[in-house]
Design a protein around this ligand. Structure first.
Ligand code: IMP
Ligand code: MG
Length: 173
């Protein structure tokens, strides 16, 4: 497989990133309680690292990994948390940073789980959203770009573990 077309350039991504930082800066303006940014690995590692550098209020960083099981190109619907947060999130404003929302299953499971731990607030910011592909009802609080039903790589996202290092988001041929 090879790159067919650049869908979102590195510059377009950087221009949109500050919207996420701005959103996060406003989350605790009334109570000044701590903020925890959670990245879902591996796909969101670059997104988190760019977004966190536009955040001007103190924040902590956490990581989770989730595995969804696929049959051919369709997700089976089973999502397993393979690495959990280290922190107790009870006294935090939690912001999940995700690379892409496709069926919505991964995030709806993660949100369901984190809500049982009673954070002060829980928000979801995604870099990309593919609303046409939704299987479960799930809406992020902020989506930087909406894209059509295409498989994309780059800026953290992979195909067979390759292409995560591309500075732009591209469609594969
Ligand atoms: P879900 O279907 O919303 O649960 O998405 C599960 C995960 O699949 C996302 O967090 C991504 O890591 C991955 N994924 C979904 N669509 C794409 C894509 O177009 N390219 C690369 N990874 C994707
Ligand atoms: Mg992901």
């Amino acid at each position: 497989m090879q790159i067919k077309k650049i869908l979102i350039s590195a510059q377009e991504i950087q221009n949109a990133i500050s919207k996420a930082g701005n959103f996060i800066n406003h989350i605790n303006i009334h109570d000044n309680k701590p903020i925890l940014l959670v990245s879902i690995l591996k796909g969101a590692f670059i997104f988190l690292s760019d977004v966190c550098r536009t955040v001007t209020t103190p924040c902590e960083i956490g990581f989770m990994t989730a595995q969804s099981y696929f049959k051919n190109t369709y997700s089976s619907g089973h999502v397993e948390i393979t690495m959990d947060l280290q922190q107790n999130i009870k006294n935090y404003h939690v912001v999940i940073l995700e690379d892409i929302i496709d069926s919505g299953r991964t995030l709806s499971e993660i949100v369901k789980l984190l809500k049982t731990r009673n954070p002060i607030s829980l928000h979801v910011i995604t870099l990309l959203d593919k609303p046409e592909r939704r299987v479960v009802d799930f809406k992020p609080d902020l989506a930087l770009f909406e894209i059509q039903d295409k498989f994309v790589v780059g800026y953290g996202m992979d195909c067979g573990e390759l292409y995560r290092n591309l500075p732009y988001i591209a469609e594969l041929a």
